[in-house]
Design a protein around this ligand. Structure first.
Ligand SMILES: Nc1ncnc2c1ncn2[C@@H]1O[C@H](COP(=O)(O)OP(=O)(O)O)[C@@H](O)[C@H]1O
Ligand SMILES: [Mg+2]
Length: 581
């Protein structure tokens, strides 16, 4: 019921269309209801009563009503199609905008294929209901009531006789609905699963081919595809066994009515004209009952889809900026973590983290994979909310910051580089779309990307494939660094972002960055000692805790984990050198 109310809400802005359509539909039904009445007059007054002059006016009335019905039906379809398309446009654009605002948590939980199938199939399911379903319900309902009233005025005995079958039909419809509803939900889910498999398969096609896993992929797909086919078969089996049953029940109404009518006519309680008129109404009374499974089907389908869509709409209230969100007068990049605890769900990832990065400082974060390095820097842009403690940027808790201005001040080079299928220039100026070419080139220079870009067929205008497939790992990373430099951030985050770049280039990038982002705060996550050695502060994370902190010199003197890492890297370098000799 709640879902239907919300679907109703979608239609509200198009009240005029809706009311117009309902009026047109009412005209159509009234016209349809009048026709059998005219037939009754033709039989009773013209044929039996001998009022032959009335034949032509009656016929003209029937033709006129038919034309009216056709015209109104046409207009109503146009209005409802308009309304449904507009309502869906609203829902689709609204959802898309909403998807942009969804927190990371949402994307951790929902797969791309699933989201895609919601945005297409489910939206269409709801549209179907708005375009055809509701008006259909109204049409059938009104026709039923109208036919009931007309028939009652003609012969209450036959009406009640026909209606005696209604409870049986209603119970059947209810049972059917109960069975088919969960099935529809399963079909929707399965569609989403299939979409996800397809999407992931296509995105990971290089891996599939490299490991020659095409047969495995086919099998995986076929298995789920088979499940979907089975579900469809189950639905259609239910459907096919139910519809004929309903048809038989509905068709029984006519002989029953005729039988009753015959008895009444024989006893002189009913004239022939009324009997003929009644036969014109029986179908109007019976058809809505017969249509019940269709209507249930459509409404159920749409409600199931709408539930999923509204779930998306309702998701994502978790990360919201407060009413009076603050923005510092000037972003300086002063970061303070104060006893921060964070967990994804129930698994604690960061424990009691305290740190301070003064504007212009470089903080290096080291530690084993999974120790929480990426998570730590993700918290700066408030992509997740912490469980306790506080994170302040320029004196304001990130939960008090206006979100977008905050994030615009963070140049985030993520561990996994993502490039859009667009030109290199547009990829670099992604965070600063108005940025001029000169600035793009300057940023590329800082990231040591100029050389390879100049070698590209169309230079900066070269379109890099989906996910930047045309570029090497190191080239992608350098493009991503240029993208971060381009926004001139107050805080720069380099999350393992030079791992695919050779040591010498990495050194050059660092030198350039130091020059350009002199007074900016930098967080650098790296594994090579050479990358972190010159940092103002080195943090060593161990299982979500800061195990050691200090400068390179201090940590070397301490002789702890960091010292051990340095020794390990040196000894493996020496080993390699020896092997080469
Ligand atoms: N989005 C996520 N949802 C749930 N757990 C996560 C998520 N991202 C990372 N983790 C978990 O948090 C821990 C720290 O991950 P991460 O910060 O990526 O470590 P690092 O960058 O040091 O390798 C790991 O155990 C990882 O499995
Ligand atoms: Mg990481």
């Amino acid at each position: 019921m709640d879902t239907i109310k919300r679907i109703w809400g979608l239609m509200k802005p198009y009240k005029k269309h809706m009311i117009g359509g309902l009026i047109l539909q009412t005209v159509v039904i009234v016209a349809t209801l009048i026709k059998p009445y005219i037939t009754k007059f033709i039989v009773d007054d013209v044929i039996e009563g001998g009022l032959y002059d009335m034949l032509i006016p009656f016929c003209i009335m029937i033709i006129g009503l038919t034309l009216l019905t056709g015209g109104c039906n046409f207009l109503r379809s146009v209005l409802y199609e308009r309304m449904s398309q507009s309502a869906m446009w609203d829902l689709r654009t609204g959802l898309y905008a909403h998807l942009q605002e969804m927190p990371y948590e949402f994307y951790d939980k929902h797969r791309v294929g699933e989201i895609m199938s919601r945005m297409t199939g489910d939206i269409d399911g709801v549209r179907h209901l708005i375009a055809f379903g509701l008006i259909h319900v109204y049409e059938q309902g009104l026709r039923f009531v109208g036919a009931f009233i007309f028939m009652m005025t003609m012969s209450w005995e036959i009406t009640l006789l026909v209606l005696s079958l209604t409870p049986v039909i209603a119970i059947m419809a209810w049972l059917f609905n109960k069975k088919v509803r969960p099935l529809f939900r399963e079909v929707r889910e399965q569609n989403a699963t299939l979409n996800t498999i397809t999407q992931e398969n296509l995105a990971g096609m290089h891996v599939v081919k490299a490991y020659a896993q095409e047969p495995f992929e086919e099998e995986r797909f076929n298995k789920e595809n088979q499940k979907l086919a089975d579900m469809h078969l189950k639905v259609s089996w239910l459907w096919s066994s139910f519809v004929p049953f309903m048809d038989v029940l509905a068709s029984l109404c006519t002989p029953i009515a005729l039988l009753g009518g015959l008895l009444l006519t024989i006893h002189g309680n009913l004239d022939i004209g009324t009997m003929v008129g009644i036969t014109g109404y029986i179908w109007m009374l019976v058809d809505p009952m017969r249509q019940l499974p269709n209507i249930i089907n459509m409404v159920t389908n749409a409600v199931t889809s709408a539930e999923k869509l509204f779930y998306y709409v309702d998701f994502g209230a978790s990360i919201k900026e407060p009413e009076n969100a603050k923005t510092p007068v000037e972003f300086k990049g002063h970061v303070v973590f104060d006893h921060v605890n964070f967990s994804y769900g129930h698994q604690p990832v960061l424990k009691d983290i305290c740190l301070e990065a003064k504007p212009g400082e470089t903080i290096a974060v080291m530690g084993a994979t999974g120790s929480g390095k990426s998570t730590l820097v993700t918290l700066l842009g408030r992509f997740y909310d912490i469980q306790s403690g506080s994170i302040k940027i320029d004196g304001i808790d990130v939960r008090q910051h206006a979100l977008k201005p905050l994030r615009r001040q963070i140049g985030y080079v993520m561990q996994e580089t993502f490039l859009f299928s667009d030109t290199i220039a547009d990829n670099i100026r992604y965070g600063n779309p108005g940025g001029d070419m000169e600035r793009v080139e300057r940023s590329a220079k800082v990231a040591q990307a100029t050389e390879f870009i100049d070698h590209m067929p169309q230079g900066y205008e070269t379109v890099v494939g989906e996910r930047g497939l045309g570029l090497s790992g190191g080239q992608k990373q350098r493009t991503a660094i240029a993208r971060a430099v381009m926004i001139d951030p107050a805080i720069l985050i380099l999350d393992d972002s030079t791992s695919a770049v050779d040591m010498e280039t990495e050194y050059l990038i660092q030198q350039e960055l130091k020059e350009v982002l002199k007074d900016r705060t930098t967080f650098i996550i790296a594994h090579r000692i050479s990358s972190v050695k010159n940092a103002d502060q080195i943090l060593v994370l161990d299982n979500g805790e800061i195990a050691e902190r200090g400068t390179h010199k201090e940590l070397m003197e301490k002789g702890g984990i960091y010292y051990q890492m340095v020794m390990d890297q040196m000894s493996s370098a020496v080993k390699v050198e020896k092997e080469v000799q």
